[in-house]
Write a protein that binds this ligand. Sequence first.
Ligand SMILES: NC(=O)c1ccc[n+]([C@@H]2O[C@H](COP(=O)([O-])OP(=O)(O)OC[C@H]3O[C@@H](n4cnc5c(N)ncnc54)[C@H](OP(=O)(O)O)[C@@H]3O)[C@@H](O)[C@H]2O)c1
Length: 398
Amino acid sequence: MKAITLLGSTGSIGTQTLDIVSHHPDQFRIVGLAAGHNVEMLAAQIRQFRPKIAAIYSEEKLPILTEAIKDLDPQPILLAGNAGVIEVARYSDAETVVTGIVGCAGLLPTIAAIEAGKDIALANKETLIAGGPVVLPLVEKHGVKLLPADSEHSAIFQCLQGVPKGGLRRILLTASGGAFRDWDVEKLSEVTVADALKHPNWSMGRKITVDSATLMNKGLEVIEAHFLFGLNYEDIEIVIHPQSIIHSLIELQDTSVLAQLGWPDMRLPLLYALSWPDRIYTNWERLDLVKAGNLTFREPDHQKYPCMQLAYSAGRAGGSMPAVLNAANEQAVALFLEEKIQFLDIPKCIEFVCDRHQNDNCANPSLDDILAADKWARQEVLTATKKLATLSPIISLR
Ligand SMILES: NC(=O)c1ccc[n+]([C@@H]2O[C@H](COP(=O)([O-])OP(=O)(O)OC[C@H]3O[C@@H](n4cnc5c(N)ncnc54)[C@H](OP(=O)(O)O)[C@@H]3O)[C@@H](O)[C@H]2O)c1
């Protein structure tokens, strides 16, 4: 039975991982849980899954958590704050750590888990985008596995099983097109938070749902694919596939193309990251191609969705630039969700901050360089918001 620690247990990835564990008690058991602020849900999860250790990031909620589970015997170790989350990430009994924390907040706990020799089921893409230059050498040094749990990267990883080294020629990342794929570009200036949180195919956390609406999510996935699979950016392409049935494709040296298909359900990539290299039987709805109907494809509209090109540029610049792009995006999306900036301001803020980082881009960043770049970029977004009226629109409304 595989022992699992789950970071971000109260979120979309976290609850779906626990759904898998609860349906496969003979395969998986939870030894550690960590969450951000949702103390009630974390307490209920501790009651159900009986981890040996748990942490809540929000320190003031530790007394509530302690009180909520005081009747349990044995008691888990309970911790709080970032240090507590890191302690859970490195807890000795776990074999695999699922990283379901949202944002760059997942970076230090993921590094702690790698240094403790844990395999990583990677959902928290921001960790790799910001920290790729330090995370990958650590994965190598500690001999752990970095198993993608993002659906596109899981699809690529599944297609790659059995492909010899050097066989991969091109990656085709599919994108649903997000909440506004059928909107005219002119209407994007009227987008509300509620509009941006309506994803056509996937049910996910708020930040990634907005990233899907701007298509920054796909841009971030391009950088994630570069770090995971080692291809140059010229060989990683995006194709819009509104039905989200094909989760991504790979082209091999001889032009043969392999794809992985399924209903849009994050439990499948999560299960594969936990069970690899084995396949576990499930009773989930099986793919019916006739019911799926037409599978269609179109080119991404870079004029309507400039975030993809911003991500390609940051990825090509390398160094600390992807960390800056990621942090600027996190900050801009947070401001949009607080209704402090408009939807179309998100790419404007990111472009402003990335432009200002160009001369300071650190080619071989250390962890401290990455953390400093992340902090600087968040602050710069606040500067950008004060100048929004003077920044030229990145999306030209016809
Ligand atoms: N959802 C998906 O289908 C999906 C698909 C592919 C990739 N991903 C990636 O997976 C990650 C999680 O996404 P999500 O959609 O599950 O987000 P989400 O629903 O917003 O959940 C985020 C989780 O992180 C926790 N958290 C936030 N800050 C934390 C901190 N400092 N320490 C510990 N826990 C913290 C939250 O806790 P509280 O809620 O208790 O505050 C929550 O459990 C993201 O990187 C996303 O890009 C998600």
